[in-house]
Design a binder for this molecule. Structure first.
Ligand code: URP
Ligand code: ZN
Ligand code: ZN
Length: 476
């Protein structure tokens, strides 16, 4: 089926151009100033922006926790993603300790078949043992070359520095990338138990037991271990100015270190914990919200290119689930939703606020996540031959975010009441007309499981990883 999008402004990470774009058999078939061809559907995009579909590199759908799984499954979470212009998500395979990584991967594949976006997985080794090296090599061979480790959550999934060293070494030897949740897990456990033992149990103590330096010291440590093992490193949900200082220093020295932050760390601050229990509890996320100074440092790092990607860390819970920890912040499931709002928030508070331009928006929303995680140019760009994952963005509409109208399965939103400009007017997923005039098709085909290539880093950022045989996004 041929679909022609006419008269729109196409935005890529490289440029903004007025052009028509032809979709044929699920792919972008032609881009040109004027296309005069007979198509089954013709969309007039006058006054609208045409963008590549977003890639959210950090979501947790039906994540198991003691308070029950995070409240979006692959169907509801991916539906919310599409409504916000995201056509690909990368979730996680998290085995329990003692479980085979490959078995956990197969289980996760089965859970994810209801997804409506395309999807892939980072693999989370939660321990080091004799089976892990082979499993890492197998995962990379199977097209899952990124490995998420947790330095926090020591009681469940967190690992120590020795395991981290061995995992980084093995991942590096096999051409993969480590992604890291950087917080000092042991120090957090000490503070949590200390505060709780003093009867300080409200949500604010979640924030006070995870101070900024616990993140920045862990970031520095992860960077150092990655340097020793020559392992490409992607640091998830960076939230502090000092973390960024360490990251920028490593990047300047040519070390392959990428940084991600999330809209919550750009837009919300720690004063939100100074509210009634029911209001404050929804902001229990890790890392916690920070101050204005940190938020500004993150925006600056996006504008200057030190932060490459924006993920959402979408991990929603219902108020009932959150209230599991009403009398003890240690029992509140960590996480909040946001997969639906990434584009609108970045467009409103990044582009319209004059901090970033449209090409930078596309870069952090789609192109860099695709490049870093081995999906480019199939995803993340408007190029002839790329998958026709296309957002037609209407910049003329404003709305207020609310749990009453969002598509996630959570009855609360950390963005409740925030005004945004712009909406997904139309969306094509693999050439399929998934959202037409703001309404989702009732008959959407399922998304595809994406296998990925190793994403070696580019000489543009990382001289030390320069490889003359790499293609233009560093892959060999
Ligand atoms: O609070 C959060 N971020 N929950 C999800 C798990 C993680 O740490 O990324
Ligand atoms: Zn995390
Ligand atoms: Zn996360």
């Amino acid at each position: 089926m041929k679909i022609l999008i006419k008269n729109g402004k196409l935005v890529t990470a490289a440029e903004e151009i007025y052009a028509d774009i032809l979709i044929n058999s699920g792919k972008i078939a032609q881009i040109s100033p004027k296309i005069n061809i007979k198509a089954e559907r013709v969309i007039d995009a006058t006054g609208l922006l045409v963008l590549p579909g977003g890639i959210d590199p950090h979501v947790h759908l039906q994540l198991p926790t003691p308070a029950g799984p995070s409240s979006d499954n692959f169907e509801t979470g991916s539906r919310a993603a599409l409504m916000g212009g995201t056509t690909t998500i990368i979730d996680f395979v998290t085995p329990t300790r003692g479980q085979s990584i490959i078995e956990a991967l197969n289980q996760r594949k089965a859970e994810a078949t209801s997804a409506l976006t395309d999807y892939s997985f980072h693999i989370s080794p939660v321990e080091w043992n004799n089976y892990v090296p082979k499993a890492i090599a197998q995962c990379i061979d199977m097209g899952f070359p990124s490995f998420k480790i947790y330095m926090a959550y020591k009681n469940t999934v967190g690992i120590d520095d020795k395991a981290l060293y061995y995992i980084m070494h093995t991942v590096a030897q096999n051409g993969g990338t480590v992604t890291a949740h950087c917080e000092l897990g042991d120090d957090i456990e000490v503070l949590r138990d200390f505060y709780a033992s003093q009867g300080m149990a409200s949500p604010k103590y979640h924030m006070l037991t995870r101070p900024p330096r616990f993140e920045s010291i862990a970031v520095k440590r992860a960077i150092d271990l990655a340097d020793q093992t020559e392992c490409p490193l992607y640091i998830v949900h960076v939230s502090t100015a000092d973390s960024m200082k360490h990251i920028i220093q490593a990047q300047r020295s040519g070390q392959p270190v990428f940084a991600e932050t999330c809209p919550q760390y750009l837009l919300l601050d720690e004063s939100l914990y100074d509210q009634s229990l029911e209001k404050a509890i929804k902001y229990v996320i890790s890392p916690p919200l920070r101050t204005e100074t940190h938020r500004m440092a993150l925006w600056n790092a996006i504008a200057s290119g030190s932060i490459q990607a924006i993920g959402t860390d979408h991990c929603p819970f219902t108020l009932r689930q959150k209230m599991n920890g009403a009398d003890d912040f240690r029992k509140i499931p960590n996480g909040a939703g946001g997969v639906e709002h990434r584009l609108a928030l970045l467009y409103t508070y990044g582009v319209l606020a004059g901090i970033i331009n449209l090409s930078k928006l596309v870069d952090i929303f789609a192109t860099q996540p695709a490049k870093i995680f081995g999906l480019y140019p199939q995803k993340g760009d408007l190029q002839v031959g790329s998958d026709a994952d296309i957002v037609v963005w209407d910049p003329n509409v404003t709305s207020i975010i609310s749990a009453k109208s969002h598509h996630s399965n959570a009855d609360i939103s950390i963005y409740e009441g925030i005004k945004v400009t712009g909406m997904v007017r139309h969306l094509f997923k693999s050439g399929y007309f998934a959202i037409e005039n703001g309404k989702m098709s009732t008959n959407l085909p399922k998304g595809n499981l994406l296998t990925r290539r190793t994403a070696r880093t580019t000489n543009q950022y990382y001289k030390r990883m320069d490889n003359p045989e790499a293609d233009n996004c560093g892959r060999v």
